[in-house]
Design a protein around this ligand. Sequence first.
Ligand SMILES: [Zn+2]
Length: 301
Amino acid sequence: MYFARVLCASSVVVCAFVAPHVTFAVSQFPNTFITSKQQYEIDILAANRISQISEITSMADILIPVETPTETAVILERGTCPAPQIPDPLEDAISIQNINPDEGYDISYIPSDLVDISPHVPTKNKRVICLRKAAAVDLIAMKDAMKAEGLKLSANSGYRSYYDQYALHRAYAPTAKTVKYPRVAPAGHSEHQSGLAVDVASELAPGSFGSSRESAWIKEHGYKYGFVISYPEDHQEVTGYMHEPWHLRYVGKENALVLREAGYTLAFKKDYYMKPYLAVVLSNLKNRMARFDTMKLEIGG
Ligand SMILES: [Zn+2]
């Protein structure tokens, strides 16, 4: 793991990805000097990963359910959601990166396909909330499924820029001093910067989401729509944050099932046993996102 730490220091974006994709990581740093000892460690890592990944691939094959499309045709628009000037070539890796107090996003990262969910999911004062396209589609499907059962899901927050997070964290600083596990991450360390995290709420029980019927429903069914609860109950030690039943991270349906089975979220800061899964997780999420590129969805603006 020594080599992984070296690369982490030079780029947090690649950090989570080093172990399963050693050659990929190295190619991002053509000028990185690699000693023969490090090369040896890379070879060992690569050999271990290959055997682990093949085991996990077969496990994931068993866990992946038959996909039944639940999405309804919906026109999503970018609206006033921001777009990067140049899409980040590491965006796929970023989409499954562990985010926690130790691992974070680059200041310049803006997701490439943000859309405004406010025309489709209730938001306070109809305010614009941006999510990446795949997360938006599945959130809308989840909200519709909940509505059919008499539940009312709304959204409070989605994508936040590095700067938004900086301001939020600064405002929260006095409170943070008084609690053991904070609620607000420092800039660069919030899953909200991924555009794949959403804070949801119950319109039937505003202000008490944890005890709402919507929360209970999401705990049981959220994974079917690709969402995991990043900061589960009794996991403060490994996430570094207090329990947040309303904070959901989109990982795609197949991954949500795998993560649920493993009792893991991408917000864990310790216990890296999930790292070998990341290659499988990435390919699942890429497939999920590619699906929406071919669907009849339009992004305007
Ligand atoms: Zn949140």
